[in-house]
Design a protein around this ligand. Structure first.
Ligand SMILES: *[C@@H]1O[C@H](CO)[C@@H](O)[C@H](O)[C@H]1NC(C)=O
Ligand SMILES: *[C@@H]1O[C@H](CO)[C@@H](O)[C@H](O)[C@H]1NC(C)=O
Length: 496
């Protein structure tokens, strides 16, 4: 009997598939290969064909992630969802995360990256540390996103070859990949190697799609709304593509693609490409937290947030002062949380100025977490009496109690706030942060102070503004209600 349902449910099926199925009985397809192509795209219709596909246990899925923990952590949660649905999973990432991956689920098999694990070498890290700002970021992007491509490609192609050896064309080769693992892209652009039957990109950042309805992704600007908006955006994109840093990164990327056999007349911008080249895009978050685009690609599936990973639900270690939070709430105080990120870790950016800004507010309790260092190792740290500090605070417990979060706008933290309905004050640049923070402000769930180091006064005023009106809180709660409508298992499996 034919074997569609599970594939359909994984690939996201277009309306045309419904019609196609009326004409082609599934038996007429010789293989999944034949079957999958016309069927994967827009709308999940698997529930129309409840008994057609093979059991999920017979459809292996290959998942790959960039080696950075903030990616592995999230992609691993998706892999777990996929495995819990019944699909056997091969998970490709750097060896540093072998134990984590192996402990996820008995049907998730770890496969290591070859070469540098898609990370920088020691020597590169030295160079990287000697650089600052945009130069530093550009260097890292060239190393990881461009120079890392051949090793990344080999890492996934090894598994694709294994798959073909084992199953020939009898099963569809389905690859779900973290879109920043750019080694998945050359074959899609014509490079040598096996092209999976279904490419499903995972986007863990705001959309970077080139659009006439938005400014370039990295500019962090709210879209225009006037009559000349499209023209302004279009011009901005041209300017962006001609910026020296963009040209350098894209130029290096295009050169590498050519070397890898992906010869094209024109190549897309690298960030746009990540969003647009996979056949399907699984997008972290909800559409309400994204600028509106009339020219958006089809087949973007938002999955809301993540479920808790089994084995990580154990009670986390709480700081000794944890009960002070409950007491402060009982006393009617506001809880203000402030954290640095995993990439921009300097407490002088946000934590120290926030402590300073609020030090006289005995109607607030400030909770600061440093992420990479113990408080005693933070130079010049003076802890005011209304503050509590720790290296790590369990945010899944803290955020629901928090009245406002101060953050640099890491996408994961921002999504987490929206899931529980906590408003934000954000300030950060680099990677996707300027864009995320522009969306924070635009969507009304918080205030964007801009820059990387907003300073004491702007922080004080921003926090005050968010706490003294209820409009941010109301908007955050509305987002939270939207968020709760999503179930990642159903999105990934194609059943709504
Ligand atoms: C792992 O896969 C096997 C074979 O399909 C299946 O019988 C088993 O139930 C799966 N294990 C778990 C924990 O889901
Ligand atoms: C944006 O507008 C320009 C100029 O009108 C046009 O050439 C281009 O195709 C548009 N881009 C998109 C993504 O619609």
């Amino acid at each position: 009997m034919s074997n569609f349902q599970r594939i359909l449910s994984l690939g996201f099926v277009p309306i045309v598939a419904l019609f196609a199925l009326q004409y082609f009985s599934p038996e007429t397809f010789g293989s999944f290969q034949d079957a999958i192509h016309p069927y994967i795209s827009n709308t999940p219709l698997s529930h129309f064909f409840p008994d057609l596909l093979p059991p999920r246990q017979e459809i292996p899925i290959i998942i790959s992630s960039t080696t950075h923990w903030s990616h592995v952590e999230k992609v691993a949660k998706i892999a777990l969802v996929v495995a819990e649905l019944g699909y056997p999973v091969t998970f490709i990432t750097g060896k540093a995360h072998e134990d984590h991956v192996k402990n996820l689920h008995p049907n998730i098999t770890f496969s290591p990256m070859v070469g540098h694990d898609d990370k920088m070498s020691e020597e590169d890290i030295k160079t990287w540390l000697s650089l600052r700002g945009l130069e530093q970021e550009l260097f890292a992007m060239k190393k990881v996103l461009v120079d890392g491509m051949p090793d990344q490609q080999e890492s996934v192609q090894i598994q694709f070859q294994e798959f073909r050896k084992k199953y020939g064309n009898d099963k569809p080769l389905i690859s779900m990949f973290d879109q920043t693992l750019s080694g998945n892209l050359p074959v899609i652009l014509g490079g040598l190697g096996i092209i999976p039957d279904a490419n499903i990109g995972i986007s863990l950042a705001p959309l970077a799609l080139q659009s006439n309805d938005t400014y370039p992704f990295r500019w962090g600007k709210t879209p225009e709304t006037g009559p000349d908006a499209r023209e302004l955006h279009f011009k901005a994109w041209q300017d962006y593509l001609n910026e020296p840093h963009t040209k350098e990164l894209n130029g290096a990327w295009w050169k590498k693609l050519k070397e890898m056999g992906a010869v094209q007349e024109n190549y897309p911008d690298i960030f746009h490409a990540m969003n647009v080249l996979p056949q399907h895009l699984l997008q972290f978050g909800i559409p309400q937290f994204e600028f509106e685009r009339s020219d958006i690609r089809n087949d973007i599936r938002y999955f809301g947030g993540f479920k808790n990973v089994r084995g990580q639900e154990k009670v986390p270690k709480l700081p000794a002062w944890w009960d002070d939070i409950a007491q402060a709430k009982k006393d009617g105080k506001k809880i203000v949380a402030v954290s640095q990120g995993t990439i921009e870790t300097d407490p002088k950016m946000l934590i120290l100025p926030t402590l300073e800004a609020l030090k006289d507010r005995d109607d607030m309790l400030v909770i600061a977490s440093f992420v990479i260092s113990e408080p005693e190792d933070v130079p010049n740290l003076v802890v005011p009496k209304n503050a509590r500090v720790a290296k790590f605070v369990p945010y899944n417990l803290l955020l629901p109690l928090t009245d406002v979060l101060i953050s640099n706008g890491g996408y994961g933290a921002v999504q987490h706030c929206m899931r529980v309905g906590t408003p934000m004050v954000v300030s950060g640049e680099g990677q996707d942060k300027a864009n995320t923070n522009a969306i924070v402000q635009w969507s009304g769930v918080g205030l964007n102070l801009g820059g990387r180091k907003p300073g004491v006064n702007k922080l004080r005023e921003g926090i005050k503004a968010v706490l003294e009106t209820d409009k941010y809180k109301k908007k955050a709660m509305a987002m939270s209600r939207e968020y709760n409508k999503y179930d990642i298992s159903r999105v990934v499996d194609g059943k709504f």
